[in-house]
Design a protein around this ligand. Structure first.
Ligand code: DGT
Ligand code: CA
Ligand code: ZN
Length: 574
């Protein structure tokens, strides 16, 4: 048995020991031995043969004898005994976030829970909440965790992957041997959900990087001379590869993908007499590989303009790069302001004053406040009277902030299931803008849903169609309606299509952004922030999705200066 097989067996043994309720230190000794073995340069068998094993820290005689058994026979009796004694389902259970071996053991003993199905049932019957040390909150978390496992197949939201990836990359950048550390893969392309994070390192010597990566991780999935895969505390897989500095550009292009993009440019390379693989670009006729320390080196050799990662989907961008006709994608700095900001009046976490201050801190010239309307009762939505009072509060704040920022007062009104928008006409007319969004009955039949949406877009007060698909990434499918009819109506009625930056929304999605843009519709990137911590990040998310949809500065209406925005988009006279 090779090292990775041995490490895997020891890891499983450690988990099963814990599930059995063995001394924690004993269990930990096995999982730490597993980690050590994964990082070994030599095979266990040769270390054993030369009697050098016990010199390795953390591996005592009893662990050594188990390693020997695995090496010699490919099996471990003690492990097989444990497997027979402990239900397999418990190993599944601990894949749920926040559910470790200790809790799994209690669930098994107290409630006879042996599988995820059992746990789900026990939670639904409220049996978990009453267990000592569990409680309502834990029970709810378990249900959420089960839901996630079953619907996401291990994918996570981009924003979540990015946060983990950024922190990890910042750590690696501190290593002296690392000349360059960058994120690649779907995370770099800004895909809405991510399976695993790919990180690329340029270094002359890989080993110090690999060692640091192994040490940084609570779990090493696999490790070799130039590639190590780890799992972070929150369950995300990160693949780290080390390449030589002169290979970095070719490797970064390759591991950024997408796969479809790679296949297309490899074909292009062939036509130009090159072979392009993971690490190198070399002439087919023979001779040395062309050094490609940067991506530009690769693109230049192929007579291509450098393609922004968000566009690399082989969806027409390569032709544009050949013809030097790539759109100049919008950037965060192009934005002059955002609408769609909630406050504590409805379901926001921060006050009006704080949210406006956050917009000022983000460097915006204008901000639009839009709390929920009354139909969103679960979000403490505002009725006509409360909106009038909010108008007074905003007026007071305006005189306080003066020229620092222009504050628009709007609302995020529900598109009612029967058509039309929530709130009386008079109230809607009194506001600077109205975002119309679907917040209920998402699964209406297509014809009905189309009518419902059109009725809102035709309303004279509606300025923006908020999170149009109403999807929840990795959760709920988008609403079904006739997009072409909806786009036609948005154009006719001069309604902007929102690109909502909430991590689970990114809505409109890039496919519909591209279509809207090609039809010449107005687009608007909004954070849909419910707190000051969300405003900057969610704005970035919206911009990234806009870029995936090829949007330029001119496509987004909130790149206009405040006065022009007020006049041209909101129709305000002063
Ligand atoms: P993910 O992880 O499913 O969210 O998506 P990616 O795009 O990160 O995919 P991943 O991690 O499997 O691979 C990273 C990149 O490596 C991918 O974007 C392109 C490249 N790649 C992977 N497999 C292949 C392949 O079979 N052919 C080619 N040409 N490139 C590949
Ligand atoms: Ca990946
Ligand atoms: Zn909403």
């Amino acid at each position: 048995m090779d090292n990775s097989g041995i490490a895997g067996a020891l890891e499983e043994y450690a988990t099963l020991l814990e599930l059995k309720g063995e001394n924690q230190f004993r269990a930990r000794a096995y999982s730490s031995a597993a980690r050590t073995i994964r990082s070994l340069e030599e095979e266990c068998s040769s270390l054993l043969a030369e009697g050098r094993f016990t010199k390795i820290r953390g591996i005592g005689e009893s662990i050594e004898s188990k390693i020997k058994e695995l090496c010699d026979t490919g099996k471990l009796k003690a492990l097989e005994d444990l497997r027979a004694a402990i239900p397999r389902g418990l190993l599944e259970l601990i894949r749920i976030q926040g559910l470790g071996p200790k809790k799994a053991k209690v669930l098994w003993e107290e409630l006879k829970v042996q599988s995820i199905e059992d746990l789900k049932k026990a939670c639904q019957e409220g049996k978990v909440a009453v267990l000592k040390g569990f409680g309502e909150k834990t029970q709810a978390h378990f249900l959420e965790g089960i839901e996630r496992l079953s619907t996401t197949h291990g994918r996570v939201l981009l924003a979540y992957a990015r946060a983990t990836a950024d922190a990890f990359v910042a750590r690696l950048r501190k290593i002296k041997a690392a000349k360059r550390v960058e994120i690649a893969g779907s995370t770099r392309r800004g895909k809405e959900s991510v399976q695993d994070v790919d990180v690329l390192v340029a270094a002359d010597h890989a080993e110090p990087i690999m060692e640091a990566v192994r040490k940084a991780a609570p779990e090493v999935i696999a490790t070799g001379p130039t590639k190590t895969s780890i799992r972070t505390e929150d369950g995300l897989q990160i693949d780290v590869r080390v390449v030589k500095p002169k290979e970095f550009g070719a490797a970064w292009t390759y591991f950024t993908g997408s796969k479809e993009f790679n296949i297309a440019i490899r074909q292009l390379a062939l036509e130009k007499g090159y072979s392009l693989n993971e690490y190198t670009l070399s002439p087919i006729a023979g001779g040395d590989a062309i050094p490609c320390p940067t991506e530009e080196d690769v693109f230049r050799a192929l007579d291509l303009r450098w393609v922004p990662p968000e566009m690399r989907e082989n969806a027409g961008e390569i032709r544009l790069a050949q013809e030097d006709k790539l759109p100049r994608l919008v950037e965060r700095e192009d934005l002059r302001g955002v609408l769609h900001v909630h406050t504590t009046e409805s379901d926001g976490k921060d006050t009006l004053e704080k949210m406006v201050q956050s917009a000022i801190d983000s460097g915006f010239e204008f901000v639009g406040i839009s709390d929920h309307s009354k139909a969103a009762f679960y979000a403490h939505g505002l009725d006509e009277e409360r909106i009038a009072r909010q108008a007074e509060a905003i007026e007071r704040l305006r005189s306080k902030v003066g020229k620092k920022i222009r504050i628009f007062h709007g609302v995020e009104a529900d598109i009612l299931p029967g058509g039309g928008v929530d709130l009386e006409q008079k109230t809607l007319e009194s506001l600077d803008f109205v975002i119309a969004s679907i917040h209920s009955q998402f699964t209406m039949e297509k014809d009905k849903m189309t009518k419902r949406v059109l009725s809102a877009l035709e309303h004279p007060c509606v300025t923006v169609f908020g999170h149009p698909t109403a999807r929840q990434i990795l959760g709920r499918e988008g609403a079904a309606f006739d997009w072409e009819k909806v786009f036609e109506s948005a154009k006719k009625n001069d309604v902007a299509i929102e690109i909502n930056g909430q991590p689970a929304r990114l809505d409109a999605d890039w496919v519909h952004v591209r279509r809207a843009r090609s039809l010449g519709l107005k687009l608007m990137a909004n954070p849909d922030a419910h707190g000051v911590d969300e405003l900057p990040d969610y704005t970035e998310n919206a911009i990234r999705e806009a870029r995936r949809g090829w949007a330029t500065k001119d496509d987004l209406v909130n790149t206009r200066p405040a006065a022009r925005f007020a006049k041209e988009i909101l129709g305000l006279t002063s």
